[in-house]
Structures are given as C-alpha cells and as structure tokens.
Design a protein around this ligand. Structure first.
Ligand SMILES: Cc1cc2nc3c(=O)[nH]c(=O)nc-3n(C[C@H](O)[C@H](O)[C@H](O)COP(=O)(O)O)c2cc1C
Length: 424
C-alpha cells in the first residue's frame, strides 16, 4: 500500500536533522536565487574580460555577485538538499534516486570547480597591478579562459555542472509523483523549473536574443525559487512529523491506533462516535476520538472512522473539509464512514433513501475517496435546540431519537477486524 511508501519515506528518525538542514538549505537556495536575479538586474554583467576586470576593480562585491558568486554557496547548499531528498524519496524509487544523487553530486563538484569568482577577482587584481602590456594581455587571456571555462548562460556555452544538476532535479521531481511525501504541485513545479533550465541550453545554442534569454531565464528562476520553497517547507514538516507522530513502538512499528473523527452540530453524532470508539476499544483496538476540525494529521493512525450528520441535503461541512484537507493521508488508510440523517419515527423508507442518496451525492464529489464501509444511522431531532431562523422555519415536527445503538455497536464490531488488520 502507498502508506508503506509514505511511512518508509518518513519514518527513519536518524535522518531528522538531515531533513531540518535540508529544509533550511533549500530555503537559503531560494533566497540566494532571488537575490541573484535581482542583483543581475541592477548590475548587468560586462561583455568583455577587460570589462570584468574593471568591474572587479570598481567594486569587488558587485564583481563577485555578477560573476555568479552567489551560486557558489548555493551549490554547497544543493549538496544538503539533494542528500535530504535522496533519503526521503529513496523508498519511492531507489534506482532513479541513486542516479539523481550521483548526477547532482557530480554536477555540484564540476560546477564548484569551474565557477570561481575569486580566481577572476585575483586575475583582475593582477591585471590592475601589471606594469607592461605583455603582462596585461597575459592576464586578459587567463581571464578569457576562466570565462570560457565557467560558460554559464553564455551563447554557445555549456556548463556541465549546471546541466547535471538540472537533470538530477528533473529526476527528483518525477520521483515525487511516486511518493506521498511531496505534493503533486511540488513535482510539477520542479519538472517545469528544470525543464526550463535544460531548455536554456537550446536557447544558448540557437539565439543571441536578450529577450529570448529573459523569457527563459526569468520563469526558470521563478519556478526554481517556488520549488525550493516548497521542498524546504516540506522537509521541515517531515522532520516535525517524525518527532511528533511516529513514536517508536517496541516492535519498531508506528502507533497502531484508530482515529474516530466526528462532526456534529447538536451533539448526537458525537455520542454515536463515542459508542463506535468504545466498541472498537472493547474489540482490542487502541482508539482516539476527536472532532474533525481539531485533527491536524493522520500520521499516527493506521485507520480512520469518520462520522458526520446530514444537514440541508449536504454532509456536515467539517466532514467535506476534512476529506479535502486530509486527502493525501486518507487514500493511504482504510477509512470507514457513517452518517446520521433520518429522524422520523416510525421508520420512513423514503426518508432513508433520500438521506442515503444525499450522502452518495456528497461523496461522489470526491471520487478518489473509497471508504471500506459506509453506513447510514438514524439521528436525533430536538426542535428545542434549533436556533433562529431554523426554529421559525421548523414545522410541528416532534422531537425524535431513532439512533439504533444495537446497530451502531454491531457495525463497529464488524469493522474492528478490518481496521485491526490494516498495515501499520
Ligand atoms: C435543520 C436540520 C436540517 C437537517 N437536514 C437534513 C437533511 O438534509 N438530510 C438528512 O438526512 N437529515 C437532516 N437532518 C437530520 C440530522 O442529520 C440529524 O438531526 C442528526 O442527528 C443531527 O446530528 P448532530 O446532533 O450531530 O448535529 C437535519 C436536521 C436539522 C436539525
């Protein structure tokens, strides 16, 4: 099941600090990328080696910044980010992640070896101190070689380091689709960002147009920044999840508990949820019970029971919100659902059919949601509890409580073995 992928992705607390560092490193990369784009916009790069030397002599900091100086710490940060991504995603696709990590580390090494803003600064200093034309032309030639070696984004240029890291990013983003640890949005943004990085090589080969360059480089930088923010934030979350929600059991498993989550307006569904929880406990399960709106994560639960009443032809809004909010975790676990609806006494078959079709309609809005059990129970109606304007709208319908406690407990008992056998 997918939760095995997910839990395996996140369960190893040995890597907790790597996630934290990876999260911080990714956010630093996002800030550095943004700073580089803004810096380059304000201080355009010179077109010649002597232009570079002059710039370095005029302002060393701007010279370093223009000579992709921020990318040096950025690529160092990449090491931590890619290691953390490898650890998180290796269970989803070990083969591809090994290739991605190898490409990334090799690319980072090549990049750091070929991008040396301090070498350019040093050449510029020597050029400034040179006393003869022969000396100066030697330093100009050396500067030209350094520039050619760097070969970033220059027309006809090809920086192998950048290329390998972009391929690694593309692979990592595609593996994200196979894992529940990252959202699909993160995967799509990553694919777009790194595809644009690679497209830039085509641009370099095909055109000298500055407009085309901007049209590729700006969205490329934007998507990269978004990707690193998403990745950084998620790595941080994964670290927190580990600490809080995956306590080690004696057998090494995550907690075996079941969550009964309910929504209620007048309290009757809460009482049914309590009866379901009590029955499951009697069957030997470890059960937590919580109002849906208070649930932040399902990480420590192997299975979930959801209960909510119907109101005005709709399922309680907390329940619909819960499905949307916890979609990723719900698809990974067995989920049983009950709803309260019919209130007429004696039994009115038409009312039960209507309530059932209301519930089916609501659940059909979430076609991904496949509960292992779905049950409708009779509810409770107390006109005295209705506030304005419902109390004015309500007719002379008498109070009723048709909750069938025997049926409720029997349903919970029948669920127990299926929830118990859910993989932890
Ligand atoms: C104002 C109001 C509207 C209701 N609308 C529906 C409905 O559209 N369909 C249905 O099956 N039950 C409906 N019911 C019945 C409730 O689902 C039932 O009373 C339930 O037990 C209430 O749960 P709660 O006490 O947990 O809030 C409605 C009840 C009230 C008071």
């Amino acid at each position: 099941m997918m939760d095995q992928v997910n839990n395996a992705d996140t369960a190893d607390s040995t890597y907790k600090s790597l996630y934290k560092l990876g999260g911080a490193a990714a956010l630093i990369v996002a800030v550095l990328t943004l700073s580089e784009v803004i810096g380059l916009a304000f201080y355009p790069q010179p077109g010649t080696v002597s232009g570079w030397f002059t710039l370095f002599q005029r302002n060393k900091l701007i010279g370093l910044l223009d000579f992709w100086g921020l990318e040096v710490p950025m690529y160092v940060m990449f090491i931590i980010v890619f290691l953390a991504l490898y650890v998180v995603l290796r269970k989803a696709n070990q083969g591809l992640m090994v290739i991605a990590l190898t490409f990334a580390l090799l690319g980072i090494g090549i990049f750091l070896a070929t991008n040396n803003p301090f070498a350019m600064l040093s050449l510029s200093n020597q050029y400034a101190a040179a006393t003869t034309d022969a000396e100066r032309s030697t330093f100009l030639a050396a500067g030209q070689a350094l520039l050619a070696n760097t070969n970033q984004r220059a027309v006809g240029g090809f920086n192998m380091g950048l290329f390998l890291v972009s391929v690694a990013g593309l692979i990592v983003s595609s593996v994200m689709f196979q894992s529940k640890s990252f959202s699909r949005l993160t995967a799509y943004v990553g694919i777009l960002a790194y595809a644009l990085s690679l497209a830039d090589y085509l641009r370099q080969a095909l055109t000298t147009s500055a407009i085309v360059a901007l049209l590729v480089i700006l969205p490329n930088a934007l998507f990269l920044v978004i990707w690193f923010v998403l990745v950084g934030w998620r790595l941080y979350q994964l670290r927190r999840l580990e600490g809080k929600t995956l306590p080690k059991q004696p057998g090494g498993n995550m907690s075996a508990s079941v969550l009964v989550a309910y929504a209620t307006r007048y309290g009757s569904t809460q009482e049914v949820a309590e009866a379901v929880a009590a029955t499951l406990r009697e069957c030997g399960l470890e059960v937590d019970i919580q109002p849906m709106r208070k649930v932040r994560t399902l990480a420590r639960y192997r299975a979930v029971v959801l209960g909510a009443p119907l109101f005005m032809f709709h399922w309680h809004k907390d329940a619909l919100g819960f499905l949307s909010r916890h979609r990723r975790e719900l698809v990974e676990r067995p989920v049983a659902v009950f709803a309260l609806g019919p209130v007429h006494d004696p039994h009115d078959e038409k009312e039960w059919e209507d309530s059932r079709s209301q519930l089916d309609k609501e659940l059909a809005k979430h076609p991904w949601f496949k509960p292992i059990a779905l049950e409708m129970f009779g509810g409770k109606y107390d006109p005295a509890k209705l506030g304005f304007p419902l109390n004015k709208m309500a007719g002379k319908e008498p109070a009723s409580d048709i909750r069938d406690w025997t049926a409720i407990r029997a349903w919970a008992t029948s669920l127990a073995p299926r929830l118990q056998s859910a993989p932890s």
